[in-house]
Design a protein around this ligand. Sequence first.
Ligand code: ZN
Length: 406
Amino acid sequence: MQSWPRPSIPRLVDAGLGTGPVVRIHDTSRGDVVPTDPEGAARLYVCGITPYDATHLGHANTYLTFDLLQRAWLDHGVEVHYTQNVTDVDDPLLERATATGVDWVELAERETQLFREDMTALRMLPPEHYVGAVESIPLVVDMIKRLEETGSVYRVDDDLYFEVRSAAGFGEVSGYDAETMTRFFAERGGDPDRPGKRDPLDCLLWQAERPGEPAWDTELGRGRPGWHIECSAIALHHLGTAFDVQGGGSDLVFPHHEMSAAEAERATGEAFARAYVHAGMVGYEGEKMSKSKGNLVLVSRLRAAGHDPMAIRLALLAHHYREDWEWFGDEIGAAEERLARWRAAFARPLAGSAKVLVEQLREALANDLDAPAALAAVDAWAAADGEDGEAPAVARTAVDALLGVA
Ligand code: ZN
């Protein structure tokens, strides 16, 4: 699948500013902030959208988190190999297509294109491999066959299930107890009550064709892949085992990331990812943001209303990525004011030295992507005067490279 254009990203090392420190990031599975210091190249997988209501601010907040992580890694001097999927066939997409009388393929293509345009406008670094579920069906079939060889796959009617507890590490991503797992599994697309399952938490690998739904002919029969195995198969194929970071929103901790990791570990005998990083949820004026509540704040609508995408980016950066927070309409106005102040400061002929600012930005990002601290550092630099003629250009370059704000 086609990715989107890569924004230009200045290299501070080429400007004589050296490189940034080792990046430390919060790993959900260890419950702690840990160093991530890949040798040579970092490998990142971020779960992509199911393309039926792209791109609300919650999506943008998640992808911005991993954009910052990449910028911090690049500044530290490592290459980044980044893969993201698109769940372009799944129940929510098919339900929406049926409900609105739109062909599901058209719906997926339209929303994926809108997502690309939003990501481009927000200057998000694109994945090297942007991969759809449909085009990955052969990878998924291969992976299910590997799991069958381990004896961890069984049938319920014509569907295939994975015995989650056959994976030694099952439960280590989320750390949840059985009751919490069962509750989230039921709330987030799982089927704990289906008769014939060996364990309520066992997850669907392959769903046999249902009347009126798309299906593909494979060695496993006619059907379509489950959600979790899609990401396991795509990530392993493009990144290999024990890649550096598996990322997504915190609603993916369980079941999605737990199940994907269990399937991959069972199939390969090796760890799936080294760290699991999760962005908080963005609500809307006291409620969960959701299509059913009709309160989605879409990036495309903010853009159409004339808001500078860089102000949208700054509005999101004003919150730490792990925070759950609420969007109120005035967030964008505050961000636009800040953007105007910064741009005026970058346009000054003279300013205070930007060397300290560069160090502060690097420290803030390396400390679990502390964007609010980074914004405060730029605010302070912009508010102070000085006699350095090169400082405005250096500050502008650092803000562009590290925060992605042009
Ligand atoms: Zn995923």
